[in-house]
Design a binder for this molecule. Structure first.
Ligand SMILES: [Zn+2]
Length: 272
C-alpha cells in the first residue's frame, strides 16, 4: 500500500439555485441550504485547492462545492447562503457570457430566461472569499475544437478572469462535462495552459491524486431532493469506488458507515 492512499473526494457540481426551480439542474434555495447544512455537519467541506494531494482528514469524508455556468442566481442566492454557513465554493465562469446580457441557448424555452452574472457579481464572489475557475470563454465543447481554438478558449478565459478579478486562476471545469467532452489531448492542453485541475461532471468521486481527471456529481433535485437522498447516492458512489479499489487490494476506512451511524433515524428524518 502506498504511503499516500487517500479516500476519494466528493466534488458537488451545481448550476442554478432558483426561487422557481426549472429543470434537473435547478435547485431551490431551501433545499440548497438544507443540503449545505448537512454537509457542514457530516463532511469536511474544503476549498477545491485543498482537495488534491492532501492527506485524508480522519473521520469525515471530504467534499468541495462547485458551480458551473455563472448564472446570476449563484451570486444573488447561493453565495449568501454559503457565506452564512461559512462554506467555501468555486464558481466556474464562461467568460464571454459574463456581463454579456445574453442568456444561454439551452434556456431559450424559459420565460424569462435566467440571467448570467455580470463582472461586478463575479468580483463580489472573489471579495467574499470564493474561488473562481474557468469554464472556457464561450462554453464550447472542448473535444470539438481544433487545437488553435482550444488553446484560445483555455488561455483567454484564464487571462480575462485574472485581469478582471485580480486573482490567479488555476481551476478548470470543462463544459458539458461528459466522458466524451474532453479527450486526453484536451487534458494535456488544459495542463499546458497552466491549470492545476480538470473537472468533469458525469458522476463519481474524485481521486485526490489525479486532479486532471477529477470527477464530479451534478446535484439535481431529481436525484438529491433531500440530504437522505444525497447520502444514498454518495454511498453508492463510494461503494463503486471501493469495488474498483478492492482489485488493488487496498483497505479503506468506512466513512459511509460512520455517516450512517451519525445519522440516527430521528435526526435523518429532520434533515430529509
Ligand atoms: Zn457548463
Amino acid at each position: 500500500m502506498n504511503e499516500f492512499e487517500p479516500e476519494p473526494v466528493c466534488i458537488a457540481a451545481f448550476h442554478r439555485i432558483a426561487k422557481q426551480p426549472a429543470g434537473e439542474l435547478s435547485y431551490s434555495p431551501a433545499h440548497f441550504r438544507k443540503l449545505c447544512a448537512f454537509w457542514r455537519e457530516f463532511y469536511v467541506v474544503l476549498p477545491l485547492a485543498e482537495c488534491f494531494g492532501q492527506p485524508d482528514a480522519p473521520g469525515r469524508p471530504r467534499l468541495a462545492i462547485t458551480f458551473d455556468d455563472g448564472y446570476a442566481d449563484n451570486a444573488e442566492i447561493a453565495a449568501p447562503i454559503l457565506a452564512e454557513l461559512g462554506l467555501p465554493a468555486t464558481f466556474f465562469l464562461p467568460t464571454a457570457w459574463i456581463g454579456s446580457g445574453r442568456s444561454f441557448p439551452w434556456d431559450a424555452a424559459c420565460s424569462p430566461a435566467p440571467p448570467v452574472m455580470d463582472w461586478t457579481q463575479a468580483q463580489g464572489l472573489v471579495c467574499a472569499g470564493f474561488g473562481v475557475g474557468s469554464h472556457t470563454c464561450t462554453h464550447v465543447r472542448l473535444a470539438s475544437c481544433r487545437s488553435e481554438q482550444r488553446r484560445r478558449e483555455l488561455l483567454e478565459s484564464k487571462r480575462e478572469l485574472e485581469d478582471r478579478l485580480g486573482i490567479e486562476v488555476l481551476d478548470f471545469a470543462y463544459p458539458f462535462g461528459g466522458r466524451e467532452d474532453c479527450s486526453e489531448e484536451d487534458r494535456v492542453a488544459v495542463a499546458e495552459a497552466g491549470y492545476r485541475c480538470c473537472l468533469s461532471c458525469f458522476g463519481g468521486l474524485a481521486d485526490a491524486r489525479d486532479p486532471m481527471h477529477a470527477r464530479r456529481i451534478a446535484v439535481s433535485p431529481r436525484w438529491h431532493a433531500s440530504p437522505r437522498a444525497w447520502r444514498r447516492h454518495w454511498q453508492q458512489a463510494l461503494n463503486e469506488w471501493r469495488r474498483k479499489r478492492s482489485g488493488l487490494d487496498v483497505i479503506v476506512p468506512s466513512h459511509g458507515a460512520q455517516i450512517g451511524a451519525n445519522l440516527g433515524e430521528g435526526k435523518a428524518g429532520g434533515l430529509g
